[in-house]
Design a protein around this ligand. Structure first.
Ligand code: LHQ
Length: 264
C-alpha cells in the first residue's frame, strides 16, 4: 500500500477531505499513515486553495490509535522508547493541527481509541456519529494518555471527568461526549458526513483569515491572563480589520447581500 492510500485526500470547494484508510486495522496508525497524514496537513498549510480540513476514517472506525501489531513485545526487540515514537510521529501532527490557521473539522464516524481519540479532540470542530464512542484506551495497556490527551481532556471536561475517562478507560458514547462538552455535536449516523461536509464547506467559504486568528485566540486563552488576552485580541483585530474580507463583510451587510469572502 502506498502512502497516498493510507490517507485518502480530496480537495473540493476549499475543503481538503482526509480519510484515514486502514479499515481492516480500524485505521490504527503505522508509520506510513503518520507520515501521509502529516504531509497532507503541511500541504494544507501551504496551499491557499485549502481553506478548511475535514478529517474522518474509512470503514466502521475513526481510528484505534497506535497499531499494536507493530508493537508486539513477543518479538523480543527489548523495551521500546515510546517517547521517541511520540516525538517522531504523534507530536508533530498534534502541533500542526493546533498551529494550522485554518479550521479543522473532524467527523468521528466510529470508535476513536487511544491516540485516535486524542487526535480527534485536537481538531477545532468535532462531530461524531451517535453510534461512535471515545475510549482513552491507554490504561488498558499500561500507558498514559498521549497525543495531547492529558492536556485537552481536563480543559474540555474538567479534572474529575478527565480522570474518570483516563483511569477507567471505559467507552464514552458520542451523545454523552456532547453533553460533557468534549465535542461539538453528536449527529445521527446517516447524517454525519452531510453535516460535517456542510460545516467544513461553510467554514471554507468564510473569512478564513479571521477564522484562523479566532482559532489562535481561543487556543491562547487558557495560558494567558485577561490583560495578555486583551492585548492579543487587539493585535488580531487589527490584522482582521485590515483584511479584504472585513471590507467585504461590512460592504455586503450595508448592501443587504451575502458576502463573498476570499480568505484574504
Ligand atoms: C487493531 C487495533 C490496533 C492493531 C483494532 N492495532 N489492530 C503511542 C505510542 C506508541 C505506542 C503505543 O501507543 C501509543 C498511543 C496509543 O494509541 S495507545 C492505544 C492503542 N489502542 C488501543 O489500545 C485500542 C485497541 N483496540 C481496541 O481496544 C478495540 O479494537 C476497539 C475498542 C478499538 C474496537 O473494538 P471492536 O469493535 O470489538 O473491534 P476489534 O477489537 O474486533 O478490532 C477489529 C480488528 O481491528 C481486529 O483485527 P482482526 O484481524 O481480528 O479482525 C483488531 O485486532 C484490529 N485492531 N485496534 N490499535
Amino acid at each position: 500500500m502506498t502512502s497516498e492510500e493510507t490517507v485518502l485526500a480530496r480537495l473540493g470547494d476549499g475543503v481538503l477531505r482526509l480519510t484515514l484508510n486502514r479499515p481492516d486495522k480500524l485505521n490504527s496508525f503505522n508509520e506510513e499513515m503518520h507520515l501521509a497524514l502529516r504531509a497532507q496537513i503541511e500541504r494544507a498549510g501551504r496551499d491557499p486553495q485549502v481553506r478548511a480540513i475535514l478529517l474522518t476514517g474509512a470503514g466502521r472506525a475513526f481510528c484505534a490509535g497506535q497499531d499494536l501489531g507493530d508493537r508486539d513485545p513477543r518479538k523480543g526487540t527489548g523495551a521500546p522508547d515510546l517517547g521517541h515514537t511520540l516525538e517522531t510521529f504523534y507530536n508533530p501532527t498534534l502541533r500542526l493541527i493546533r498551529a494550522l490557521e485554518k479550521p479543522v473539522v473532524c467527523a468521528v464516524n466510529g470508535v476513536a481509541a487511544g491516540a485516535g481519540a486524542n487526535i480527534a479532540l485536537a481538531c477545532d470542530i468535532v462531530l461524531a456519529a451517535k453510534s461512535a464512542k471515545f475510549i482513552q484506551a491507554f490504561a488498558k495497556i499500561g500507558l498514559v494518555p498521549d497525543a495531547g490527551g492529558s492536556w485537552s481532556l481536563p480543559r474540555l471536561v474538567g479534572e474529575a471527568r478527565a480522570k474518570g475517562l483516563a483511569l477507567l478507560a471505559e467507552p464514552l458514547m458520542a451523545g454523552q461526549a456532547e453533553d460533557w462538552g468534549l465535542i461539538w455535536k453528536a449527529v445521527e449516523d446517516a447524517e454525519l458526513m452531510n453535516e460535517a461536509t456542510r460545516i467544513a464547506t461553510r467554514l471554507a467559504g468564510g473569512p478564513t483569515l479571521g477564522l484562523g486568528l479566532t482559532k489562535r485566540l481561543i487556543q491562547s486563552a487558557a495560558g494567558q491572563d485577561l490583560d495578555q488576552q486583551l492585548d492579543q485580541e487587539r493585535d488580531c483585530q487589527r490584522a482582521a480589520g485590515q483584511s479584504a474580507d472585513y471590507a467585504e463583510g461590512v460592504t455586503a451587510f450595508l448592501e443587504k447581500r451575502a458576502p463573498a469572502f476570499r480568505g484574504l
